[in-house]
Design a protein around this ligand. Structure first.
Ligand SMILES: O=c1ccn([C@@H]2O[C@H](COP(=O)(O)OP(=O)(O)O[C@H]3O[C@H](CO)[C@@H](O)[C@H](O)[C@H]3O)[C@@H](O)[C@H]2O)c(=O)[nH]1
Length: 477
């Protein structure tokens, strides 16, 4: 049996957000299973006000070390002074910077021969590029793990190459065309990520990270050639890109998510519903809608009359925090809604989304178009109606509807603070999703089959993983 010294040790430092951390762990799981010479250590950064991330991380601390994956807590740093809170983004940057010495010390400790031996790669994610500096200081090659689609990666690497004045002027005009090589169709700037559109800081933050991607030795992306052939081939060698997806946490969530009793009751309720009759509405780990929008959805669901499982979450108090479940949903739902829809649907807090999507009673998914949700819906062959909310979700919705024809359009350019999606609009989209949309459903089903075949021996993602492993091991003397 190999001693710990024989391990090729990889270190991961991820943004503490479910959408980034979970697929990175799934990537590490896939890698160490594929090649047991590898050991992966996640250095867990703690940002207060993120209970789901904490629940996930805690479950990982106690996971069996025999999986060749371990989690190590990095000592918490004092949060930067609120006086420095010019923007969410600048604040997060300062936060990550102050973690650098601790991350460096943790890697030095790991390198100690009494521990697991030499660290051969440091993986950062789309927003933790600050830790490339630590890898450089320690002369360890760095890599990027990218949890969003190739279309968004393309934006990130193009931004630093674009003329800033031109970008800013096209941002001011929401109908202006924004040409990105990863899209075959012209994109309007209204579909760019909220962060870029809202503040100059946001544009600088994206540009900064995008520039730093070029310093890494390779980019691992949670996508696959058959899904994004055009976007992936348009990227070229930015460094080399390894499309190893889809990376999905298919078994895990039910084990770490809070309120297990609610989960069991949702799944039990689904067991009693006809095949493909229920629509899931869910807006990701960071998604929450205001009270007026929640009420409009409620009216839309009543009008449409389809069975539903609807995840409603409470907006966070600060930008750094993530939404939490409501202690009392009656505060946000219209009077009598729960009684009137009893038997027709369930309104819940956080649910085990993959278990629900895998259930044969689910026929459609109203989604905020987070990339993990998109990949999960493809995997299970459940078509999406697009309701983007924040981050790069408008671009994802556009890609799914216009480029790939794998989703039904509800909205493409909705974002927090937009005009409401009306009850009527939701009703119409639900009818198209649940009753019509056969072409989309058939295409989604075919893509679901490809999701599986790309992971098999000689599939595109399997082959990409082998190439990455060759690269990771080539530099080990
Ligand atoms: O009640 C819920 C809601 C969500 N999920 C899971 O949470 C994850 C959410 O991921 P994703 O759909 O990607 O959404 P976000 O959490 O919003 O992800 C962030 O990260 C993604 C990857 O970078 C981006 O595509 C998104 O825009 C960004 O908001 C998925 O695995 C869901 O299955 C649940 O299990 N239960």
């Amino acid at each position: 049996m190999a001693t710990p010294h024989h391990h090729h040790h990889l270190v991961f430092i991820c943004n503490p957000a479910i959408g980034n951390l979970v697929p990175a762990v799934e990537f590490a799981v896939r890698l160490v299973r594929h090649d047991p010479r590898f050991l992966a250590t996640f250095l867990a950064l703690d940002i207060p006000g993120r209970p789901l991330v904490n629940a996930y991380t805690q479950s990982r601390f106690s996971a069996s070390p025999s999986q060749n994956i371990q989690f190590i807590a990095i000592p918490s740093v004092q949060p930067p002074s609120p006086a420095l809170f010019h923007s969410h983004i600048g604040y997060l940057s300062l936060y990550f910077d102050s973690y650098k010495p601790h991350v460096k010390q943790a890697i030095i400790d790991l390198q100690n021969p009494r521990n697991s031996g030499r660290v051969v790669g440091v993986f950062v994610d789309m927003f933790t590029t600050a830790f490339i500096d630590v890898a450089n200081d320690l002369q360890i090659p760095s890599y990027l793990f990218f949890a969003s689609p190739a279309t968004f990666l393309s934006l990130m690497v193009q931004l630093p190459k674009m003329d800033r004045d031109r970008v800013e002027s096209s941002i001011r005009d929401s109908d202006a065309e924004f040409v990105l090589p990863s899209f075959a169709h012209p994109l309007t700037s209204s579909l760019l990520p909220s962060t870029v559109l809202k503040t100059r800081d946001g544009l600088l933050w994206y540009t900064h990270h995008g520039r730093r991607y070029g310093e890494t030795n390779g980019v691992v992306i949670n996508s696959f050639t058959e899904l994004e052939p055009h976007a992936l081939s348009s990227l070229g060698e930015i460094p080399p890109v390894y499309a190893v997806g889809p990376l999905l946490d298919l078994g895990g969530p039910a084990q770490w998510q809070p309120s297990r009793a609610t989960h069991q009751s949702v799944l039990k309720w689904l067991d009693g519903q006809p095949e493909r009759s229920v629509v899931l509405l869910s807006f990701g780990s960071m998604g929450s809608l205001d009270k007026a929008q929640v009420r409009e959805i409620a009216f839309g669901l009543e009008r449409a009359g389809f069975r539903f499982v609807w995840v409603v979450r409470q907006p966070p108090k600060t930008h750094l925090e993530h939404p939490d479940d409501y202690s009392d949903l009656d505060h946000v739902l219209p009077d009598g809604f729960v009684t009137r829809t009893a038997g027709l649907g369930l309104v819940c807090g956080w649910v085990p989304q993959v278990s629900i999507l895998s259930h044969s009673a689910i026929g459609g998914f109203v989604s905020h178009c987070g990339w993990n949700s998109i990949l999960e819906s493809l995997w299970f062959g459940v078509p999406i109606a697009t309701w983007p909310v924040y981050a790069e979700q408008q671009m994802n919705a556009f890609e799914m509807v216009k480029e790939l024809e794998l989703a039904v359009e509800l909205r493409l350019d909705y974002r927090e603070g937009s005009n409401l999606v009306t009850a009527k609009e939701l009703e119409t989209a639900l009818r198209r999703l649940m009753d019509g949309g056969d072409d989309v459903r058939a295409r989604v089903k075919r893509m679901g089959e490809k999701c599986r075949t790309v992971l098999l021996e000689n599939g595109s993602s399997y082959t990409a993983l082998n190439s990455l492993i060759e690269k990771l091991t080539a530099q080990i003397l």
